[in-house]
Ligand binder design. Structure first.
Ligand SMILES: NC(=O)N[C@@H](CC(=O)O)C(=O)O
Ligand SMILES: [Zn+2]
Ligand SMILES: [Zn+2]
Length: 346
């Protein structure tokens, strides 16, 4: 008998949709399986005001193909000039669901991020008062810190001090990649941690052994195998602080396969197949729905989706190696192992 698995329709709590032609091409890849997603604001220029978020939301909704439903949950990009009143108004009107903190220079399109945390204290205090979550790219940018240590150092130097200075601030540590991140999130209240599909699959060997593999390059960079195992344990362990944020981050192949390749893995197309395979291998299929569909809404104080999707286990499932976009091809994440679960009903 065919094995099936029915879940509440998943949400993606960390997604890059970009804009223009890229947006048009990648949006259906997410909307096919996901009901909602937290939309990252690191466009060029970034989405910093309520008015910009509202315009971006309209562009996303007009890029959605007929017959698909999808709710973009908008965010504002925190800068040292961000006005607490604009943030509060955007939150109260329901336009935004979170604010995103990029340490200046930490990742793709983060040049306008925060350098001096004293300058954003007012915004963070307002957010704590109104219960608006802060999503954090958790890496220090100090050139003296080794890239593989940047997440662990961020927790000590930035994240913990900021949280202590702003009691009640609700924080999501995004795309955690280390056992340090897992331990920190698991030991705190008012915290969530998103975990990506690719960080559950790859370690730093995938990136560097047998040649350099640019399509596995993302930030934070994949770490040692023991860290990947800690992420798998967190994702499959049932702790509601951990939930899916794919960080699906499309860049065209020429921009990835370059002398200075962009950071980001594009996982929207096959995320659910990869996750089902992984949870199945862990004997944790019964925990998949919590990770993809329940823990995130609980943290964000939103209802879980009522709609269901069904996955079916069968012969090997294949996905296109890349999708075409008006800007060029984008390679789809290759987990490096066969997949057997496909979404059959959504
Ligand atoms: N994760 C990545 O490697 N890249 C993201 C930015 C980010 O989430 O840090 C992107 O926008 O391309
Ligand atoms: Zn990031
Ligand atoms: Zn991201």
């Amino acid at each position: 008998m065919t094995q099936t698995l029915t879940l509440r329709r998943p949400d993606d709590w960390h997604l890059h949709l970009r804009d223009g032609e890229m947006l048009k091409a990648v949006l259906p890849e997410t909307a096919r399986d996901f009901a909602r997603a937290i939309i990252m604001p690191n466009l060029v220029p970034p989405v910093v005001t309520g008015a910009q978020a509202s315009a971006y939301r309209d562009r996303i909704l007009s890029a959605l193909p007929e017959g698909m439903t999808f709710t973009p949950l908008m965010t504002l990009y925190l800068t040292e000039q961000t006005d607490p009143e604009d943030v509060a108004a955007a939150a109260q009107s329901g336009l935004i669901t979170a604010v995103k903190l990029y340490p200046a220079g930490a990742t793709t399109n983060s040049a306008s991020g925060v350098q001096d945390f004293d300058k954003v204290r007012g915004v963070l205090e307002t957010m704590a008062e109104i219960g608006l979550p802060l999503c954090v790219h958790g890496e220090v940018t100090d050139p003296a810190i080794d890239i593989f240590d940047r997440e662990a150092v961020f927790i000590e130097r930035v994240l913990d001090p900021v949280r202590r200075a702003t009691p009640g601030l609700r924080v999501v540590m995004e795309h955690i990649t280390t056992a340090n991140g897992v331990d920190y999130v698991a030991s705190q209240d008012d915290m969530g941690g998103t975990i990506t599909t690719h960080h559950l699959v790859i370690n730093r060997n995938h990136l560097l052994v047998g040649g350099i593999h640019p399509h596995y390059y993302c930030l934070p960079v994949a770490k040692r195998e023991e860290h990947r195992q800690a992420l798998v344990a967190a994702a499959t362990g049932g702790d509601a602080r951990f939930f899916l944020g794919t960080d699906s981050a499309p860049h065209t192949d020429p921009n990835k396969e370059s002398g200075c390749g962009c950071a980001g893995c594009f996982t929207a197309t096959n995320t659910l197949s990869v996750l089902a395979e992984l949870f199945d291998r862990q004997g944790a299929l019964d925990r998949l729905e919590g990770f993809t569909s329940l823990h995130g809404p609980a943290f964000y104080r939103l209802p879980a989706n009522e709609e269901r999707i069904t996955l079916e286990k069968g012969g090997p499932v294949s996905y296109p190696s890349h999708i075409e976009t008006g800007e060029g091809p984008v390679t789809v994440f290759d987990p490096g192992f066969p997949l057997h679960w496909r979404v059959v009903g959504a």
